[in-house]
Design a protein around this ligand. Structure first.
Ligand code: PHE
Length: 345
């Protein structure tokens, strides 16, 4: 082996030892760089005579090509290895089971509200919504609730800035909806003709300073209102009985209209229901307040109480949800615990 062959073999070995691209570039400089071994040999050529220079020059060139080829081969091998490692690191195990995205579902109380709306729509009722921050007028005064009525006490009502309050019931919607209805049919009314009946439910959130297993500071109510020229307490019984039978999918339910008092209805009644079957069988359960709309309230709707009459009710969708699903603590609905809520999917 001559000196050039030995040099090529040595370069090969050094390139093979290089583990990183930087090592390889250093090794390259040792042979092909300005101060490299091959470069030094080329410089020696200058002092040789012509014949020797020719053959020696050709030999050096071949050695140089061999070293360059070895360098490139090593570079390529390194790049391949790096790509390999990267692919291995990023490998996906396509046999792993997929991660499912948790599927949301309707809140049980929302389900109840949808059921209530569907049932009343089928009986020709509109569905209306109104503000949760109310004025004193709509929440109390217009509903024939005098300034000294206990419902106004600071203990029951959340007051907010500016003299407003969080509505304590959905009854303000009786006035809001009726006033809008009357406005729409002003011409008809002024002409002394019959106005289309007001038939509406108004579900939504309500607020009272109250908290225990059956009371939450935020709870739901659903108001009902039917006003016309010949709407009677009998219609209330028919509508509400039909609603209960459809809602609970059973005719084995008795209803009781128990005399009560509300400032905005006269006469007034609490509506109790009694299941003839199931774990609650035989117990009377209060589900709504109701009554014939008070003449003062009819007047505040912009209607003549001598001509227009009707009934209203306010029921508790939270209570209905508890009864339908057999839940005994109202607060569970509002804790937001998915373990509880997912049972109603
Ligand atoms: N607003 C009453 C309450 O919250 C319920 C009710 C509504 C009673 C309509 C009569 C008529 O208790």
């Amino acid at each position: 082996m001559n000196d050039l062959e030995a040099l090529v073999a040595e370069a090969h070995a050094r390139f093979a030892q290089a583990l990183h691209p930087a090592d390889l570039e250093n090794a390259k400089a040792a042979y092909l760089g300005k101060a490299g071994r091959l470069t030094a040999l080329m410089k020696d050529l200058a002092s040789m005579d012509v014949e020797l220079r020719k053959t020696r020059g050709a030999d050096i060139n071949r050695a140089k090509q061999a070293i360059e080829a070895a360098l490139n081969a090593r570079r390529q091998a390194m790049a391949d290895a790096e790509l390999d490692a990267q692919l291995r690191a990023e490998a996906l195990d396509v046999t792993l089971p997929g991660r499912r995205r948790g599927q949301g579902s309707l809140h049980p109380v929302s389900r109840t509200l949808e059921r209530i709306e569907g049932i009343f729509r089928s009986m020709g009722f509109d569905v209306a919504e109104g503000p949760e921050i109310e004025t004193d007028w709509f929440n109390f005064t217009a509903l024939n609730t005098p300034a000294d009525h206990p419902a106004r006490s600071m203990h029951d009502t959340f007051y907010v800035e500016g003299g407003h309050l969080l509505r304590t019931h959905t009854s303000p919607m009786q006035i809001r909806h009726a006033v809008a209805h009357v406005k729409r049919y002003r011409d008809v009314l002024d002409a002394g003709e019959g106005m289309p009946e007001i038939r509406v439910i108004a579900p939504g959130r309500t607020y009272r300073v109250d908290s225990d297993a059956t009371h939450s500071p935020m709870f739901h109510q659903c108001e009902g209102l039917w006003i016309g020229e010949r709407v009677s307490f009998k219609d209330l019984k028919v509508v509400f009985t039909g609603f209960c039978h459809t809602f609970f999918e059973s005719r084995d339910i008795a209803l009781r209209f128990r005399p009560s008092f509300f400032p905005f209805t006269e006469p007034s009644a609490e509506i109790d229901i009694q299941f003839g079957h199931g774990p609650l069988a035989g117990r009377w359960l209060e589900v709504a307040g109701s009554g014939q709309v008070h003449p003062n309230v009819v007047r505040n709707m912009g209607l003549d109480p001598e001509r227009y009459i009707g009934f209203a009710f306010g029921m508790g969708p939270d209570r209905l949800t508890m009864l339908r699903y057999g839940v005994n603590d109202l607060r569970l609905f509002f804790d937001g615990d998915v373990r509880f809520l997912s049972q109603f999917q």
